[in-house]
Design a protein around this ligand. Structure first.
Ligand SMILES: N[C@@H](CCC(=O)N[C@@H](CS)C(=O)NCC(=O)O)C(=O)O
Length: 199
């Protein structure tokens, strides 16, 4: 089994953290690729050609959540998705964390363009989205007493916050957000996060 990733992809990082938390590193080979190269080895497996991509003898999975859900099936007790799929109330945080990460990824992509081609409108949209989401996480997670464990939603949020820090998008995000700030420090100090940190 193979997991294709690129070093700086937050989505691939989620799958790599999950791989480590599910103790599958010995059975799944991680293969680093560079995105958007015409001769990418990933093209042999997936027309989508994005990371992460998981290759099994019998199938290929080209989307982060489904890959993590497959990893979780190898655990006798679910670790990444502990609550029942039927309980939509438990999915709220997960959907917000994924939306937050998509916004941060779009923000990073926009900043990669030449400065004169960057859209101030888009940069502001993503900045405002991040502020709203952070306030939501601060309030919601404190009231729910969310622990710094490695559920899928927490891995997504940890990778999103880390990307925000690494790319210096919003350095004051911790101000007046003590709960999420110390929650993130705890998550970010675990080996699976340290081992997969972007460069
Ligand atoms: N919805 C996808 C998003 C994956 C994604 O956007 N991957 C990016 C890197 S962060 C990628 O491979 N981009 C290359 C491309 O679009 O050509 C998932 O959940 O896995």
């Amino acid at each position: 089994m193979k997991l294709f990733y690129s070093q700086n992809s937050p989505f691939a990082r989620i799958a790599r953290v999950a791989l480590r938390e599910c103790e599958l590193l010995k059975t799944v080979e991680e293969i680093e690729v560079i995105n958007r190269t015409p001769d990418s080895p990933l093209l042999a497996y997936s027309p989508v050609c994005r990371v992460p991509t998981f290759v099994h003898d019998e199938f290929v999975l080209a989307e982060t959540r489904t890959i993590c859900s497959y990893f979780d099936q190898t655990n006798s007790d679910p670790l990444l998705f502990p609550s029942s799929n039927e309980c939509m109330k438990d999915k709220e945080l997960e959907t917000m964390a994924l939306g937050f990460l998509e916004g941060i990824a779009a923000w990073v992509r926009e900043l990669r363009r030449e400065q004169e081609n960057q859209s101030l409108f888009l940069l502001d949209i993503e900045h405002q989205r991040a502020i709203r989401c952070l306030q939501y996480f601060e309030n919601k997670m404190e009231s729910m007493e969310v622990k710094a464990d490695f559920t899928f939603q927490n891995i997504v949020l940890g990778c999103a916050l880390s990307l925000m820090d690494v790319r210096s998008l919003y350095s004051e995000w911790r101000v007046e957000r003590p709960f999420i700030s110390s929650w993130f420090d705890e998550v970010n100090n675990q080996n699976s996060m340290i081992d997969t940190a972007p460069i």
